[in-house]
Design a protein around this ligand. Structure first.
Ligand SMILES: NC(=O)c1ccc[n+]([C@@H]2O[C@H](COP(=O)([O-])OP(=O)(O)OC[C@H]3O[C@@H](n4cnc5c(N)ncnc54)[C@H](OP(=O)(O)O)[C@@H]3O)[C@@H](O)[C@H]2O)c1
Length: 341
């Protein structure tokens, strides 16, 4: 019995490593899409910001959706990019802002004669916390941005994308491929976009539209997702969790346990690469390769492997009960010593 188990583990490890190395460096034909339009959401900071700069340098007409059109990220894009790039006010949860962006892009394209080649749904926010601590308001707030924002933006621009036989590219996460303790609020939105993207890909085949998913691993220290206002929001979410929890939940888990889940967030740079480049490269491949992959799982972290991506690869081959055993050993020990205190 144990011999068979060992064989399965070895085979799963070999296959996981094979896929990890195979995903590096494929030489495929690129299509010329110079001057075509690309809308990116969430360009104030992080992946979206760096991608907007890269695509501008490649000659695309970039429509950079920013949560704060007068914020420092937007100003920096205007300063450092060509005149083609347009910063547009875009909160993906606000219908009127999505509609205004659509009108703006239509007007530009009437003038230039170019089409909208791609929509890149990148905007997103993080969340942490046990299910018993996470209020419904938090589930709704995060899903509003990460999931319904993506659905709404995609539906709004699909007629333009169908016309250009272009692409919808969705930034999910490795956490859209693995389930871990304390990430359900974020995880359900990323699993949701994975499913939305898969359904859309199948529906769009007949129109020649490609749907691609980019799944970054651990890059938390190099983007804005765990910094500044986002870090403050996560800390204030934690205080709300404590305030709203029942006396019984407080007593069972304890304040120390809750705090331990949030400690170390400001140290994310220690376990994160120093550049967003691998993720930006994956977006460029998704956008310009004649035959892009359906999914780009992009390793981050530091050291030999990104443990999240490694788990995601194993997850495709190992039975759930085995994955539960491994996750329990690797991730569930976090903060467990504090439980009840
Ligand atoms: N970093 C990672 O390790 C990692 C890993 C896997 C997946 N991801 C995903 O990658 C995407 C980009 O995240 P990031 O890491 O680059 O973090 P980021 O630097 O915080 O970028 C997210 C961007 O989305 C914007 N945004 C927030 N709420 C919005 C809303 N309602 N409407 C429009 N824009 C909004 C943010 O604006 P503000 O700057 O004003 O907040 C920011 O510009 C997210 O979908 C995230 O889930 C990140």
């Amino acid at each position: 019995m144990w011999f068979a188990v060992a064989i399965v583990i070895v085979v799963a490890l070999v296959v996981a490593f094979y896929h990890m190395f195979k995903s590096r460096g494929s030489n495929q034909k690129r299509i010329s899409v110079k001057g075509q339009g690309v809308l990116i959401t969430g360009c104030d900071t992080g992946f979206g910001h760096d991608l907007a700069k890269r695509l501008d340098a490649l000659g695309f007409q970039v429509f950079a959706g920013c949560l704060e059109e007068n914020g420092p990220g937007a100003r920096e894009l205007e300063k450092s990019c060509s005149d083609r790039l347009q910063v547009l006010q875009l909160n993906v949860t606000k219908e009127e802002q999505v509609d205004a962006v659509k009108r703006n892009i239509e007007t530009v394209h009437q003038k230039t004669g170019c089409g909208l080649w791609a929509v890149i749904n990148n905007a997103g926010i993080d969340s942490i916390g046990d299910i018993e601590f996470s209020p419904m308001e938090l589930y709704r707030r995060v899903a509003d941005v990460n999931l319904f924002g993506v659905v709404h933006v995609t539906k709004t621009f699909l007629p333009m994308i169908r016309k250009s036989k272009g692409r919808v590219i969705n930034n999910t996460s490795v956490k859209g491929r693995i389930s871990l303790p304390r990430i359900s609020v974020y995880g359900i939105t990323k699993y949701g976009i994975e499913n939305f993207s898969d359904c859309l890909r199948l529906e769009m085949r007949k129109f020649g539209v490609k749907v691609v998913i980019v799944e970054p691993g651990e890059f938390g220290g190099v983007t804005g997702i765990l910094r500044g206002d986002n870090l403050k929001r996560l800390q204030s979410d934690m205080e709300n969790m404590w305030k709203q929890a029942s006396a019984e939940v407080r007593q069972v888990y304890g304040r120390k346990y809750l705090e331990s889940q949030f400690s170390g967030l400001d140290n994310a740079s220690k376990t994160s690469p120093s550049s967003t480049r691998p993720v930006v490269d994956a977006f460029v491949d998704a956008l310009t390769l004649e035959n892009p992959k359906t999914r780009y799982l992009v390793d981050g972290g530091v050291g030999l492997v990104d443990k999240y991506c490694f788990y995601a690869r194993l997850n495709s081959y190992l039975p759930t009960s085995w994955m539960d055993f491994l996750v329990d050993r690797w991730f569930n020990s976090m903060g467990i010593s504090e439980i009840g205190s």
